[in-house]
Design a protein around this ligand. Structure first.
Ligand SMILES: [Ca+2]
Ligand SMILES: [Ca+2]
Length: 201
C-alpha cells in the first residue's frame, strides 16, 4: 500500500484493515473511483494480484475466531454462490457480494451467540434455526451439532455454523421441490433420491 495508508491488526492478529487517506494510490486507482473499505479488503485478500479471489485467498482472509483454519468446505460453498461466470474464484464485482454475505453472517452469529463464547451451542442453534423458520426436534439438534462440530467441542464455530445453515437450506429447498402439497412428506423413487442427493453433495 502507499505511504498514506494505515495498517491495523485486530485483536486476534489475523485481519488487516487499511485505509488510504487519499484513495488515490496506485492500487486503489484501478477501481476508477474513490475506494471503499470493501475495495481495500479485496486488495488485501487478492494476494497474488490476479484480479480474482481464489478459495485459498478467501480462506486465509477469514477467521472463525479460533486457531483452526476457516472451514475449506464453507469457503468453497461461498465462492460457488457468487462465482457467476464459473471461473473458480470471485472477481472484483462479485467480491462485494461475498463480503456482505460474510458480514451478514457475522452479525447473525453474534446475535445468537448469547453468551459470547465464540461458539454456537445446541440451545443457541435451536434459537437461531427456529428464528429462521425451521421446526426441528431436540434429537435432530444433537445430530446437527454432531455433524457440524468440526472442532469436537460439542458446539459449532462461525464457519461451521454457516456451513450448517447452507446445507440445511439446500436440503430443504430440494425437499420442497418434491413436496408440492407441502405436507412435509414426499415419495421419491431411487433415482429421484439419487438426484436429490447429487444436487447437494
Ligand atoms: Ca487472486
Ligand atoms: Ca455461545
Amino acid at each position: 500500500m502507499c505511504e498514506r495508508s494505515s495498517v491495523w491488526h485486530n485483536s486476534n492478529g489475523t485481519k488487516l484493515q487499511v485505509v488510504c487517506s487519499s484513495g488515490e494510490c496506485e492500487q486503489l486507482s484501478r477501481f476508477g473511483r474513490k475506494a471503499t473499505l470493501v475495495d481495500v479488503e479485496l486488495i488485501l485478500v487478492d494476494k497474488d494480484r490476479s484480479g480474482s479471489i481464489s478459495d485459498t485467498e478467501l480462506q486465509q482472509a477469514l477467521s472463525n475466531g479460533t486457531w483452526t483454519p476457516f472451514n475449506p468446505v464453507t469457503v468453497r460453498s461461498i465462492i460457488a454462490m457468487f462465482d457467476r461466470d464459473n471461473k473458480g474464484g470471485v472477481n472484483f464485482n462479485e467480491f462485494a457480494g461475498v463480503w456482505k454475505y460474510i458480514t451478514d453472517w457475522q452479525n447473525i452469529f453474534r446475535t445468537y451467540d448469547r453468551d459470547n463464547s465464540g461458539f454456537i451451542d445446541k440451545n443457541e442453534l435451536k434459537q437461531a434455526l427456529t428464528g429462521f423458520g425451521y421446526r426441528l426436534s431436540d434429537q435432530f439438534y444433537n445430530t446437527l451439532i454432531e455433524k457440524f462440530d468440526r472442532q469436537r467441542k460439542g458446539q459449532v464455530a462461525f464457519d461451521d455454523f454457516i456451513q450448517c445453515c447452507i446445507v440445511l437450506q439446500r436440503l430443504t429447498d430440494v425437499f420442497r421441490r418434491y413436496d408440492t402439497d407441502q405436507d412435509g412428506w414426499i415419495q421419491v423413487s431411487y433415482e429421484q433420491y439419487l438426484s436429490m442427493v447429487f444436487n447437494i453433495v
